[in-house]
Design a protein around this ligand. Sequence first.
Ligand code: G6P
Length: 490
Amino acid sequence: QKLIAEELPGTQVIAVSNREPYIHNKTEDGASLQIPASGLVTALEPVMRACGGTWIAHGSGTADRETVDSDDRIPVPPDEPSYTLRRVWLTEEEQDGYYYGMANEGLWPLCHISFVRPSFRESNWSIYQQVNERFADAVAAEARAPDPIVLVQDYHFATLPAMIRKRLPRATIITFWHIPWPNSETFGICPWREEIIRGLLGSSILGFHTRFHCNNFLETVDRFIESRIDRENASVTLEEHESLIRPYPISIDWPPAAMKGQKPVEDCRRIVRERLGIGQNTRIAIGVERFDYTKGVLDRMHAVDDFLTRHPEWIGRFVLVQVAAPTRTKLESYRRLQEEAIELAGLINEKHGDGSYQPIMLIIRHHEPREVFELFRGADICVVSSLHDGMNLVAKEFVAARDDDQGVLILSQFAGASRELAAALLINPYDSYGTAEIFQQALTMPEEQQRERMQLMRAQVRERNVYRWAAQMLVDASRLRNHQRILDLA
Ligand code: G6P
């Protein structure tokens, strides 16, 4: 945190993301505050608290549209204001084209190689670009000096960096792509691959979670754009402008804010079981995600089915508690997943359960971070079975929640997090049989081994926390900025 403050004396930081960190919804007696389920928000929020500055995002709540002042700027966090949230309000048509259409039916399945066929419609693409222009205007309106540091977040804004560069040629633009970047052949099916690459190359620095994704991006540039690529330095020069391509593995704050006031693990175990109506001696595996087809929720349920079939001694003594927050439900692929999950859980419960015992407990609603951490502390196992995932912060949060050094993390080898958390039990989520055996290994793992693995993972997350993620980007940015200033003098 200190590093961040020291790196940025007098520098204005402007962050841009689609999702806002605080959603205000209308209720009968005023407004309620919601912290959205988003890896991006989890990571960026503590950084913005440390940096100050402005966070520009799409206003998504139902309460504020009428209550915020005319230019939609409010101080946040509500309890301890330390930065400004500027909301850009989008029409339904803009939302449909830019967010649902281009971002979530096009780029999301494209980049996750998730076997959900990406759909590319010209009308969505054109609205996507218009919305990106609106955010570029908001950045320009917020800029107090010609050279702020702008943090552009994610696949909703592939064309924004070049648009900001046009308005603020001297800005230091750091773009972070929170999802995977696929290989060039896969990315190449996107009809606007060149425009997207050119847009991103407006950045001074373009960041991905892993070096693998950086290399995929460089390959894609090489294949589709006329530019100069310096592989050793991992940079691309397009029309005299150089962009650095860098891996910055994202993380969480340490200790996480959601740990404040948590009861001892023993109490959490009891409270969670009481609340869910699960026997005190039953083992719990917990899964927490947005209800998204990239997270492998169905695959995890199939693995539970296989596990109980092969190890029936666990029937009645093991429950998968699956917390799933509804997300992007306007899209058919997401609604269908929800229906399939409910149906599959029902079938498995019928097969292995009875009146009083259900091996899969599916809880479909949003949970606030504090509730999620209590569940983590009450569980024996956490399962992250993403089919493909940029990083996955749930894995890191589980580790951070276990200050008792106990608990087993089962983690997909296709999540970026598996590179850092190699002490987890790694799975191939497509291999249900293999995953079932890992459940058995997790449930019989001696305490001493749990401790060793957990301590290794905790050291990793503590050390490579989100302040380190931000500090590395900001150090690189401020070096570039100084270099630019020297060039300007000459
Ligand atoms: C992923 C994306 C984020 C997004 C989050 C939640 O983590 O990388 O950009 O905010 O999912 O999705 P939503 O569509 O609800 O914002």
